[in-house]
Each structure stands twice: as structure tokens, then as C-alpha cells.
Design a protein around this ligand. Structure first.
Ligand code: COA
Length: 388
């Protein structure tokens, strides 16, 4: 087959650039116009007007819930928010420096081993599984973070919402309404994003008809790479580096001279500013009070401006992406940079589960082709005759 493709001069889409491999009704990234839709709604509108549970329902079930549906969904999610003791023991055994996403990947795979009812094909069961995974992810992440910080692990509280609980379990304090809203918006903005690498991974793994735990833990593995989910932490590191270099221009000269990339800029699909970045920038401004915080915003804005000028000199259409401002927002919420990439997972878990449910309605095994470029029909050489 590979030889046939070669003979037919078939184009190879390395990195699957511009390749359409399936349909989805969950989200649409309109890169040309810098727009993102969840089930037809603009993500900015959803962030402004709705809560985490409401949008999780929208993505998983296909439409916005009415009050009764939302109350029942929220109640079920809370019932599933107990601390998974066996998983916590596994996390405690991991080296303290384990990256949060590596620990989450391990924990989700382990969570699958503790699920007593492995019935994965029925729709009701799939939704129940998705809700268990979504409810457990912030609990696991908070435990990972508290272990990393040398603090004691906190259980979720029944009287708090999903976003409130996440912040409470991370910081040990019941968050203010402003901080809760900021976390809720951050989670909503990052719930889904077309066929990004981790979502594609979740679908490819799920297409073998394996279970949802295997597919979501594989997706976390894909997210853990710096080209996908690690940039928010590195943007905050960039702020420290700029301070070391003294000014933005010297830092950029140095970065570009060694062929480095500016973290939080560029995107495979967006040819305009990422709409999520605009919301994050607004959130950062709302949360910033002091001089130090104002300085960070100014420095980031100046980096973006100077970098854009350089990119346009090279005729490159590179803009800020979702990770450019998000790290600074999380810092305002009292969270340390080590967790930033993993907060992405607490949001994207909703998208991954929604995609697995969608795929199961009309499953097709993902199995692309590769172009073989090695030799064929080589004669076997016995070991004694090799390297002579
Ligand atoms: N800083 C500097 N140059 C960048 C850049 C950045 N952040 N993003 C892209 N470029 C340049 C590349 O150097 C390349 O230049 P060249 O053609 O002269 O070699 C060109 O733009 C294309 O980049 P490439 O990495 O091939 O594009 P992509 O579609 O694969 O890139 C990303 C998408 C996200 C991987 C890339 O923009 C990137 O690495 N960004 C930084 C990491 C990041 O913010 N990740 C979070 C994504 S939400």
C-alpha cells in the first residue's frame, strides 16, 4: 500500500496539517476569524453568562440544561466528588518532584482499575463514567499539588461548587466570589478546542473501544508536552527571564538569536488572536491591584507587541494564544506555576469525555497510513556474518 501511495504521488500531511479526519458537533475553532464555538455558542458568551456545571452539561449532553437538569447534574457531580483513597496512596508513593500531569495520567489509569462496573458501551453508563472522571480530576490534581507543596490533602466540601471546591482544595481557603468566577471562566474557556493533539489522542485511543480511563489518561500524556499544554508555566518563567535581562528587547534579541520560541504565542489553527486570550487578558486586569501586578501586565503586553512587530517583518501571522495570559491569572488566584499546565487538564477533561461519548455513537477505528521510506526484500544476514 505504501509503495502504491508513493507511485500515486500522494501528498503526506506531516503533523496532519489541514487534514480532516472526522466530524464533530462539540466545538469549532474558526481560525480565520479568531472565533471559538461550543455547540454553536461563542465561548466568550458562555464564559460571561454560565457556570462550569452548565457548560460541562452542554458539551457532554449536546444542549444547555434547563434548571431541573442542571440541578440534577450538579447533584450527581457532587455525589461523585469523594476522595479516592487508593489513588491518593498511589500518588503519595510517587517521587515528590513528579510533574502534576504525569501524576494525573497515572491516577486516571489507576482510577480505571478501581471502577467496579466496566460496562462501557451503554449511553447512560458512558455519561456516568464521564461524570466520575470529571468530578475526580480536580480532587486528584489538588492532592498532587498539596503533596508537591508539602501540605496536607483536603477533601471536597459538599456545600461548594465544582470551581469553588477546586480552589478550596488547592489553597486551603474558601475562595472569594471574584476568584471563583475567574476559575470558572478559565475552566470554561479551555474545555474544548476542536481536534487538538490531546483530543485527537483521546479519540484515537477510544476508537479501539477501550475504556474512558485509558483514553483520558492517554490524552493527559499528550497534553503534557510543552508544545501543547505547558506554555502557561513557561510564560511566567519568561517574565522572570525578562527581569534578569533587564528589558524586553534584550531578552527577545537573545531568544530569537538562538532560534527560541516565545511561549504563549503561535497556533496551528488561529490566524488571528485566540479569543480565549482576550478573555484571559480581561480577567487578569480585573484581578490585578498592586504595582507588581500592573508591571507584569505591562511587560506581557510589551512582549506581545514587540514580538508581533518582528513576526510581521517576517510576514508571519503569529499572535498570542490562550496560554499567554492564563499563567498570570492563576498566579493571582494564589496557585504556584507548577500546576498551571494541569489546570488545563481540569478543564479539557470535559472535552475529552464529550468526544469519547460522541465517537461511541458512530465509532470507527482510527487507523491512518504512513509512507514507508525504508528498503524492501533485504536478504537476512546471520549474526556471525554482520559488521565484517
Ligand atoms: N515564537 C517564535 N516563533 C514562532 C512561534 C513562537 N511562539 N510560533 C511559531 N513560530 C514560528 C516558527 O519558528 C516557524 O518559523 P519558520 O517557518 O521560520 O521555521 C513558524 O512560526 C511556524 O511554526 P511551527 O512551530 O511550525 O508552527 P505550528 O503550527 O506547528 O506551531 C505551536 C504551533 C503552538 C506549536 C507554536 O506556535 C509554538 O511552539 N508556540 C509556542 C508554544 C505555545 O505557546 N504552545 C501553546 C499552544 S496553545
Amino acid at each position: 500500500m505504501a509503495q502504491d501511495l508513493l507511485a500515486q504521488n500522494q501528498p503526506i500531511r506531516r503533523g496532519m496539517d489541514d487534514l480532516v479526519v472526522d466530524t464533530t458537533a462539540i466545538s469549532w475553532v474558526d481560525g480565520q476569524h479568531g472565533r471559538l464555538f461550543y455547540r454553536g455558542y461563542r465561548v466568550e458568551d458562555l464564559g460571561k453568562n454560565a457556570g462550569f456545571e452548565e457548560i460541562a452539561y452542554l458539551l457532554l449532553c449536546g444542549s444547555l440544561p434547563n434548571q431541573q437538569q442542571l440541578t440534577s447534574f450538579t447533584w450527581r457531580l457532587r455525589q461523585l466528588s469523594h476522595t479516592p483513597e487508593k489513588i491518593i496512596r498511589i500518588l503519595q508513593e510517587l517521587p515528590r518532584h513528579t510533574a502534576p500531569l504525569a501524576a494525573l495520567q497515572t491516577a486516571l489509569a489507576a482510577l480505571g482499575c478501581t471502577d467496579p462496573g466496566p460496562k462501557y458501551s451503554e449511553e447512560e453508563t458512558l455519561l456516568g463514567l464521564a461524570m466520575r472522571i470529571i468530578a475526580q480530576t480536580p480532587i486528584i490534581l489538588a492532592a498532587i499539588y498539596r503533596l508537591n507543596q508539602g501540605a496536607s490533602i483536603l477533601a471536597a466540601r459538599e456545600d461548594l461548587s465544582h470551581a469553588e471546591n477546586f480552589l478550596y482544595m488547592l489553597t486551603g481557603k474558601v475562595p472569594s466570589p471574584q476568584h471563583t468566577r475567574a476559575m470558572e471562566i478559565a475552566l470554561i474557556l479551555q474545555m474544548d478546542h476542536g481536534f487538538n493533539s490531546s483530543t485527537f489522542t483521546a479519540r484515537a485511543v477510544a476508537s479501539t473501544l477501550t475504556n474512558m480511563y485509558a483514553a483520558t489518561s492517554a490524552a493527559v500524556g499528550a497534553l503534557s508536552g510543552p508544545l501543547h499544554g505547558g506554555a502557561s508555566e513557561q510564560v511566567v518563567e519568561m517574565l522572570a527571564e525578562v527581569e534578569e535581562w533587564g528589558d524586553v528587547d534584550s531578552y527577545l534579541n537573545h531568544l530569537f538569536a538562538r532560534g527560541g520560541k516565545i511561549m504563549g504565542m503561535g497556533h496551528r489553527v488561529y490566524k488571528q488572536t485566540d479569543p480565549r486570550a482576550v478573555v484571559f487578558e480581561g480577567l487578569l486586569e480585573e484581578l490585578s491591584r498592586g504595582e507588581r501586578e500592573a508591571k507584569d501586565i505591562k511587560t506581557l503586553a510589551y512582549i506581545a507587541e514587540r514580538a508581533r512587530a518582528r513576526f510581521s517583518e517576517r510576514q508571519q501571522s503569529i499572535h498570542v494564544n490562550v496560554d499567554f495570559w492564563s499563567g498570570a491569572v492563576y498566579r493571582r488566584l494564589g496557585i504556584q506555576p507548577v500546576l498551571f499546565p494541569a489546570i488545563f487538564a481540569a478543564a479539557r477533561i470535559v472535552g475529552w469525555c464529550s468526544h469519547i461519548i460522541e465517537l461511541r455513537q458512530n465509532n470507527r477505528l482510527y487507523r491512518p497510513l504512513s509512507m514507508y521510506t525504508g528498503p524492501v526484500d533485504l536478504p537476512f544476514i546471520p549474526i556471525k556474518d554482520r559488521n565484517k
